[in-house]
Each structure stands twice: as C-alpha cells, then as structure tokens.
Design a protein around this ligand. Structure first.
Ligand code: UT7
Length: 332
C-alpha cells in the first residue's frame, strides 16, 4: 500500500497588513490588549479583487513549484475552507478551473479550524487506496469580509484573518516516510459557540435585512468556552494519536498547533511537556487564518530549513463545530 508524503509547500497572504494600532482606530481595543491576550501583532486582510480563490491559486502555484511538478501532474484537489467565495459551489472548482484546467475531482472540506487536518486525512486515504497519486491540498480562508469590524465584534475582529497554505501530496513506496495517522473528533452540541448563523438554508429567505441588522451574518464566538476546550482537547488528541503510533511527545521534532491564540499554543506545549523549540508559532504575524494556519506554518518551517529527513511532525487543531484532531507524519 502506498504512503503519502508532502512533496512541496506554499503559502500566500493578502498584501494589506493590518496592525493592532490600525484596529484600535476602528474599535475600542489596544495593541497592549491584543498582544497580551492573543500574542497577535498584525494580520493580513484582503483588499477588493483579492479572494479566497486568488490566494489559494498563489499558494498552490508555489507548492507545485516547490514540489517540482506541474498542474498536469495533479490528480485531485482537496480544498479546506469555511469561507468559500460563494455559498455554492465550494472553492475547489475555481482552482480546478484556474490552475489545472482538466476536469479532475475537486472536494471542499468544511471543518473550519480543523479543515487542513481533516483534508489531509481524506487526501491520505485516497492515496493509500491507490485512487490518486498526486493531490493538491489547500487550506484557505477569508475571514475579514465576515467580521464585525466595530467594538461589538472586537473579540473576533482582532483575532481572525486571511491567508492560504497549500501542499502537494504524492504516493510513495517508502514505509518509513509520510503520513502515519490521524485522530479526529467532533461535538455538534457546541456548534453555536463558534459559528456563522446566516445565510442558512433553514431560513426563508436564507438571509434578510433584519438578520443583517442583527449581525447574524458575522462570525460569532464564545471565546472563553472555546479557549477552555481548546487547551484540553488538542493535547488529549496528540497524546491519543502518539499512543496509537507507539511514540511519545519527546519524539516530536516539530508540533504545528492551530494558530488560534498564542496563550493556547503555550498551554498546549506545556500540557504535552514539550520544549518551546519543539513548537512553531507565527500567530504574531498572521492572526488566526482558520484552515490556513497549519499549512502556512508548515511552509514557513520548510523554507526556513527546520525539517530534516525522518523528523516526526505533528499537527493539531481545535475549532468551530466543535471539530478537533491531530495528524502525524515522518518528514521526507
Ligand atoms: O480558531 C479556533 C478557535 N478560536 C479560539 O480558540 C479562540 C479562543 N478564545 C480566545 O482566544 C480568547 O477567549 C479571546 C482572545 C477571544 C478573549 O480573551 P479572554 O482573555 O478570554 O477575554 P474575555 O473574553 O474574558 O474578555 C475579557 C474582557 C471583557 O471585558 P469585561 O467584560 O471584563 O469588561 C471583554 O469585553 O476583555 C474585553 N475584550 C476586549 N477588550 C479590548 C474582548 N475583546 C477585546 C478587545 N479589545 N479586542
């Protein structure tokens, strides 16, 4: 049975940088509050003309270049996003059209902050099954157009942001490299703690002026509850996965936690008994880009030369759904 290995990575963020000081001109917040509570110093937001599809295209082109393959080599697309350009279809088809051209399958995965890990599990399963040999996997998000950029929305507006990360996965015959396994969960009883209520097909019409006036189209979050769960569920998931693989946290060369809050990542690190050097954080520069945080972090680590052949890389995420989980792979 083939294993799947990462052949190349890429990322893209919008040109516009939004600093904490700029946010404090739009709402009652401060650089000090945002840094202390979240670790975030700046983030990127799209400008008119930049879309999820355009960010994904740039990130994907870079991943293909890094992998040394062309769009003709891609057999399928898996596209993780909770913020597609339109209600329907998903965004994978735009990459199919703009990057590949041939009518290959394109699957959108809606698992929010855990989207990249869920997407990786699907792509890995397709490769192991022998169905496809090279898959483009994207995590991409445009959150800025769906946030309440005022004091009423400050708990989310200072955190969430835009960006894309992509990897090319390829089938390999080496059993000592590539994806090792996953630990995946969900709990829909918590769905409304971090969600976008509307537009929704349960409403007639799906969105109305009244709903917009009430702000039901904005991302809304019960931050403390999400925080409380995130710091427990991510370490639990990593430990479950490592136990199944007969490994321990000490074996981790690099942990890529979902970038939701620097305090969350630090608590996850301590809970797992890891050294700071085993964990990568870049939320300071990008904020929380939901499904894109992990592939962006991975691309930065790869380009900085942080990974060596055979390194154990673990990814973990927690977010809206609630959905959470972890993935482990041997680099190379
Ligand atoms: O991506 C997946 C999931 N997302 C997360 O994992 C995020 C999880 N949650 C968090 O990161 C944190 O809960 C937040 C950063 C959202 C909030 O931090 P907190 O330490 O939990 O603050 P809080 O919600 O308890 O609010 C403390 C105070 C409140 O004021 P009062 O009621 O104490 O007077 C808030 O109104 O801070 C206020 N506040 C702000 N003040 C300045 C909330 N947002 C802001 C803000 N600027 N942006």
């Amino acid at each position: 049975m083939p294993t799947s290995t990462i052949l190349g990575t890429g990322m893209a963020v919008p040109d516009r940088i939004v600093t904490n000081d700029e946010l404090s001109t739009m709402m009652d917040t401060s650089d000090e509050w945002i840094r202390t509570r979240t670790g975030i110093e700046q983030r990127h937001w799209v400008s008119p003309g930049e879309t999820g599809a355009s960010l994904a295209l740039t990130a994907s082109t870079r991943a293909l270049d890094a992998a040394g393959v062309t769009p003709d080599d891609i057999d399928a697309i898996v596209y993780a996003t909770s913020t597609p350009d339109h209600f329907a279809p998903g965004n994978g088809v735009y990459l199919q059209q703009q990057l590949v051209g041939r009518p290959i399958p394109a699957l959108d995965v809606r698992a929010q902050c855990s989207g990249f890990i869920y997407g990786l599990s699907v792509a890995d399963a397709w490769i192991r099954a022998g169905q496809y040999r090279r898959i483009l996997l994207v995590g991409c998000e445009v959150q800025s157009t769906g946030m309440d950029i005022s004091t009423a929305g400050r708990d989310t507006a200072v955190i969430f942001a835009d960006g894309a990360g992509a990897v090319v996965l390829g089938a390999s015959d080496r059993a000592d490299r590539g994806v090792l396994g996953f630990d995946l969960h969900s709990d829909g009883s918590q769905a409304e703690r971090l969600w976008v209520d509307a537009p929704g097909s349960m409403y007639h019409p799906r969105i109305s002026q009244e709903m917009v006036a009430e702000g039901r189209h904005f991302l809304s979050m019960e931050g403390r509850e999400v925080f409380r769960n995130a710091v427990v569920k991510m370490p639990e998931s990593v430990n479950t996965l490592l136990a199944a693989l007969q490994r321990s946290p000490a074996d981790i060369a690099l942990l890529l936690p979902h970038q939701a809050n620097l305090r969350i990542s630090e608590m996850v690190q301590k809970s797992l008994g890891l050294e700071p050097g085993q964990v990568y954080n870049n939320i300071q520069r990008y904020g929380n880009t939901t499904a894109a945080t992990i592939p962006i972090a991975l691309d930065e680590c790869v380009r900085a030369g942080r990974l060596r052949e055979g390194d154990l890389v673990v990814m973990t995420a927690f977010g809206s759904g609630f959905m959470w989980g972890s993935a482990a792979l041997l680099w190379g």
